[in-house]
Design a protein. Sequence first.
Length: 40
Amino acid sequence: MATLEDRLELTIQEVGTTILGKEPAIRLALACLLARGHLL
């Protein structure tokens, strides 16, 4: 069974196939969504 960390890494990789070269931004956006914050 995959850990949460494994699932998050896979999610980042999958989103990274569409949004190229923006891994730090993807990580920040995912953190914001998981924290139920607002992302503008």
